[in-house]
Design a protein around this ligand. Structure first.
Ligand code: NAP
Length: 490
């Protein structure tokens, strides 16, 4: 029953959740729907609070097994899981594209990144190092020698969003296993199937039972058990600001990693390569139908090239093909559901009511919302202040870099930013003053590789992901000091 094959059939598939190595069914179910037409893909268990307690009990056993796994075994498991994803990449990509809103092209890209994340995790496992400590820096400690090791935190509770349903789960499981932890994943309710496929990969890789559970259920019903349980020593959360704040309040005294949203700014100066800047910002605005934590939301364009930029940006936006996710020629699919598309529609309506001008898009049909470009959006509108998380982008003319930076910083988020300029002085000015966790020079905010520190400041989060950074977050230093009888001499 382990192997899942998501197909479009008239028969409804039912997929178990992965409870400490056992594929487990429950009477209560959650239907997983294709956002394209709301058709039923598959059902998964709607886990109860009791199931979450069970998973935590199993993880208490699992954390000992995980910590005792020698590094070469952790590496072998991670490499085998990566190979399994590679060998089954078509099935993985179809699953992502069907349950979520990515096109099949975008889904393939995510599968490739997941493979890289797992391989990176395997490689980083051998580099979990401590360092020696010069204790003799303190008078009276001349007879001490020592260092620190890094030890696993124990049980990690991972909560993930819908928009990268595979690779963001890999970003939790890979580093957790590399660092010798047990991990319980609660994937987004609307996209649980990709996470369960990843559990299948680890099952195939002979990960000892108890180290990993993927528990499918609603966050507001079972999330609280995971978040507040005293034996869960770290919560690694990726999702929205509101949920992140709620979890932070509930979690109490444990490690917390928060990968939250943003409304990323991109600055385009007069000296930029116009065509390149337009291509990159259009792609960064509308990939994954704008449901992307580092997607471009606000573009500040210097007055000298504003008109040319706007004209080309609208032209490129109107050329995007929106529709069937499974077609190779489709550039953008639906949003995750109609409720979300209606939210975007209402935010755009509010901006238009307050004097904004619509240059492209603004049309909703079911969960589809056409790529939308707005100008003259007042700063106090929802769409200017909050994270849109949908296919809409705002263009603003600015006098100079100074004004662009002030406007870019005037929000409660700070994940990624971008700047297009040929001038090093301008680039360094932006590096110094933009309040972000990552700045892309001559690229849109929507650039990331899986091996770099990734995360934000302000409302965009706490801590960093990216495999090496996650391993640091998922381990604790333990200092060792030897008191010698005599001071060691060279
Ligand atoms: P969300 O609504 O915050 O949900 C994220 C996860 O939290 C889901 O698994 C959800 O479960 C769970 N959850 C909800 N309420 C909970 C509670 N009370 N206790 C514990 N868990 C709870 O976010 P989303 O709509 O899925 O994803 C979009 C957001 O994620 C955007 O803001 C985006 O920017 C952000 N994001 C950030 C990054 C990053 O790395 N910085 C990457 C991707 C996405 P249910 O599905 O059952 O509600």
């Amino acid at each position: 029953m382990g192997r899942m094959d998501v197909r479009m059939t008239t028969q409804t598939a039912v997929q178990g959740m992965y409870l400490a190595g056992k594929w487990t069914m429950r009477e209560a179910k959650i239907d997983v729907l294709d956002p394209h037409d709301q058709s039923l893909i598959c059902s998964v268990p709607s886990a109860s609070a009791e199931d979450m307690h069970l998973a935590i009990d199993e993880a208490k056993r699992g954390m000992k097994i995980a910590a005792e796994l020698p590094v070469h075994k952790r590496m072998a498991i991670l490499h085998r899981a990566a190979e399994y994803v590679d060998e089954n990449r078509t099935r993985f990509a179809r699953t992502i594209a069907m349950e979520g809103s990515k096109t099949i092209k975008e889904a393939r890209g995510e599968v490739q990144r997941c493979i890289e994340t797992l391989k990176l995790s395997a490689e980083e496992a051998r580099r979990i190092n401590g360092e020696t400590i010069p204790f003799d820096q303190r008078p009276g400690s001349e007879d001490r020698l020592g260092y620190y090791f890094r030890f696993p935190v124990g049980i990690i509770g991972a909560i993930t969003p819908f928009n990268d349903p595979l690779n963001l789960v890999a970003h939790k499981i890979g580093p957790a296993i590399a660092a010798g932890n047990a991990i319980i994943v609660k994937p987004a309710t609307v996209t649980p199937l990709s996470a369960l496929l990843l559990a299948e990969a680890f099952d195939h890789a002979n990960l000892p039972h108890g180290v990993l559970s993927v528990i499918t259920g609603r966050g507001n019903e079972i999330g609280n058990v995971l978040v507040t349980h005293p034996d869960v020593r770290m919560i690694s959360f990726t999702g929205g600001l509101e949920t992140g704040e709620q979890i932070t309040h509930q979690a109490g005294l444990k490690k917390i990693s928060m990968e939250l949203g943003s409304n990323s700014p991109v600055i385009v100066l007069n000296d930029a390569d116009l065509e390149h800047a337009v291509r990159a910002t259009v792609s960064g605005s509308f990939s994954a139908a704008g449901q992307n934590c580092i997607g471009v939301q606000r573009v500040y364009i210097q007055e000298g090239i504003y008109d040319a930029f706007e004209e080309l940006f609208v032209k490129e936006t109107l050329a995007l093909s929106v529709g069937d996710k499974m077609l190779e020629t489709t550039d953008m699919g639906p949003m995750i559901n109609e409720r979300e598309a209606k939210r975007v529609e209402s935010w755009v309506a509010e901006a238009l009511d307050h004097g904004a001008k619509l240059l492209a898009g603004g049309v909703r049909e079911g969960a589809y919302y056409t790529p939308t470009v707005l100008t003259h959006v007042p700063q106090d509108c929802m769409i200017a202040k909050q994270e849109i998380f949908g296919p809409a982008v705002l263009l603003y003319p600015v006098r100079d870099l100074d004004e662009a930076i002030d406007l870019a910083n005037d929000v409660n988020y700070g994940l990624h930013g971008g700047i297009f300029t040929e001038n090093l002085e301008n680039a360094f000015e932006a590096i110094t003053r933009l309040q972000v966790g990552g700045l892309m020079i001559n690229d849109s905010s929507d650039y990331r590789i899986d091996g770099m520190p990734f995360g934000g400041i302000k409302g965009s989060g706490i801590g960093r992901e990216g495999v090496k950074s996650s391993i640091l977050e998922m381990t604790e230093p333990r200092v060792v000091s030897f008191k010698l009888k005599h001071r060691m001499k060279a």
